[in-house]
Design a protein around this ligand. Sequence first.
Ligand code: PMP
Length: 422
Amino acid sequence: MSAAPTKVDASSTTPFDVERIRSDFPILSSTVNGSPLVYLDNAATSQKPQVVIDSIREYYETTNANIHRGVHRLSVQATDAYEKARRTLQRFIGAERAEELIFVRGATEGINLVAQAWGRSTLTEDDEVLITCLEHHSNIVPWQLLCEQTGATLVVAPINDDGEILVDEFQTHLSENTKIVALAHVSNALGTINPVKELIALAHKAGAKVLIDGAQAAPHMTIDVQDLGCDFYAFTGHKMLGPTGIGILWGRHELLEAMSPYQGGGEMIRSVSFEKTTYNDIPHKFEAGTPNIVGAIGLGVAADYLLAIGLDRIATYEHELLTYGTERLLSIPGLSLIGTAQSKASILSFVMEGADAYSIGTMLDEMGMAVRTGHHCAEPVMARFGVDGTVRASLALYNTREEIDALVEGLIKVRRIFDLSE
Ligand code: PMP
């Protein structure tokens, strides 16, 4: 199977052509409730370009077979395509070796894998797991489960009123008992880009391992796991233009080698007998059962697509949109942003006096706009800011200023419906 070519121009000297990019995403020309779709729910999941959609159809039409151990032509082609996707993702995150990348269901499974396969045999009741106040439930609950199982203690580093981790405070929460630090690269509820490189260095100084939850970073900025210096990095395919049900856990070679398997089954073994089973090499040791083959291939195509545009160019474009969106939203009376960090990715989380988040989301939907409302799977963050939930508009590379204008007009209409003063 040949990887579908990307339609975009990789040259960094060409202007960022958002209309060209939009034309790659079929769903963006659809209508919702009679209005053109304005899709601002990218932190929940992104839309998919035609090349990704085509790669999935093409795989089933031309290649479909189970991978590894097959001698027939289709099985070899499917295996090649699956392993090629792994190498593309390796390039995407700057990993040294392809076998350090494990295909998982998503960031959630990647974090659970580390908590169980590394944490369960490593932690004792004297140990601590350090997370931060701004984590997604996926980077809280797996550690709570691990602490219940091992007797270890979960420690939480605070954030300030802008939604930023305070580096000094973070440092005081590290101790010689901290065995692992698990923190988001980018907060899904606030948009904060955490100073992960600095925090990783501090955690390592204290002797702890570090897992970065990169679910919200992957489609928005260049990721270089070697430069960051972390030990594990987990991310999700469906937020970076890829299919659902696929993601990556990257781990340092020596750590993955030393870890016990996560799940048992086919493919993760070298030999099985009732007396003794031995395990396969990494990454296969962690990929029990038939994997999401087409998902991995689609994710590889999505990563190629993003790389061809250039993650740095995407970050610059989205930052301009964020600045524009921030200014425009703050011009609306009664609207407050939740999450005002200096360093922010393209997430606009807000509340509006006199109108609840759920109603705002429903009214915007009637106008064709997709935003997310509620606690965004980050209840502790909502509690920190004293709100039940927010409205979240999250931007991607294909969003435009005109869509932000539409959101602002929509919110002004909502204010009128709620009979709020101008
Ligand atoms: N971490 C963060 C910061 C997220 O935003 C999300 C998804 N909302 C996850 C983890 C979990 O991702 P998934 O559900 O794809 O496993």
